[in-house]
Design a protein around this ligand. Structure first.
Ligand code: MF3
Ligand code: CO
Length: 250
């Protein structure tokens, strides 16, 4: 079942989303060679709590951290760890903020120090792919329009879109219907309605799209060891078009 949200519910989720966006903006300043993803995780947890919210991922299905920190060929659900980040790495920080029951979910990829032109292109293409998906999130369009916009642009740039992890409806729980694929065919799938709130969160690989799961049962990485990036926003479908609840420029 899809939980359509009222304007009031959307505004509460936006408040959660603005805490999350502010946290990402601080993380951007912290990221440099030498910092560990565990330090970033503690910073994020403190930041969220200081803002009167809680990190929803901590304790979710036994997950132990406030953030996921996926480095280089890790696609998603990397564990924060004590290994220092080094110049040339790329790292995706993903988190979900719960403010009084209102949730928001956003992931962002960051380059550490000097990164290669290829890694920079991956970051740029992945972010643009997410926004091309968001552009399609208007009343009357279909989910396939979102997936198609993301896939056709990404493949046109020579990269691939991960199939095994997808976007999702959000609120009252973290993962709700609908499933939001980052690939697909135009004019196919569910029609978008006012009040839907979901994430668009493409994971893009330099090489093949296939994934492999680490022994820890959480962390997915690229099957060919190529780099992977991800950008994710939570957004609402409104009469005025897509309303990005985790917008960092608001
Ligand atoms: N934030 C992730 C998503 O986009 C979920 C991470 S799974 C968790 O769906 F266990 F870490 F919470
Ligand atoms: Co998500």
């Amino acid at each position: 079942m899809i939980h359509l949200k009222t304007k009031r519910e959307i505004e509460l989720m936006r408040e959660a989303g603005q805490i999350l966006a502010a946290c990402h903006k601080e993380i951007r300043k912290l990221i440099q060679p030498g910092i560990t993803s565990l330090e970033i995780d503690s910073f994020a947890e403190d930041f969220i709590k200081k803002n009167g919210a809680t990190p929803e991922q901590k304790g979710y299905k036994g997950y132990k951290y406030a953030t996921c920190a996926s480095i280089n060929d890790e696609i998603c659900h990397g564990f924060p760890r004590k290994t220092p980040l080094k110049s040339g790495d790329i790292v995706t920080i993903d988190m979900v903020v719960n403010l009084g029951g209102a949730l928001a979910d956003s992931a962002w990829s960051y380059g550490v120090g000097e990164i290669s032109p290829k890694a920079q292109k991956l970051l740029d293409v992945t972010k643009t792919a997410m926004y091309k998906g968001i552009e399609q999130a208007v009343i009357g369009n279909r989910l396939g329009d979102i997936g198609h916009a993301i896939q056709s642009y990404t493949e046109g740039e020579g990269f691939s879109v991960v199939r095994d992890f997808i976007g999702h409806g959000i609120g009252p729980t973290m993962h709700e219907e609908p499933q939001v694929l980052h690939y697909g065919l135009p004019n196919k799938g569910l029609r978008l309605k006012e009040g839907m709130v979901f994430t668009i969160e493409p994971m893009v690989n330099v090489g093949r799209y296939q994934t492999t799961m680490d022994k820890n049962g959480w962390t997915a990485r690229t099957i060919d060891g190529s780099l992977s990036a991800q950008y994710e926003h939570t957004l609402a479908i409104t009469q005025d078009g897509p309303y990005i609840l985790t917008d960092q420029d608001a």
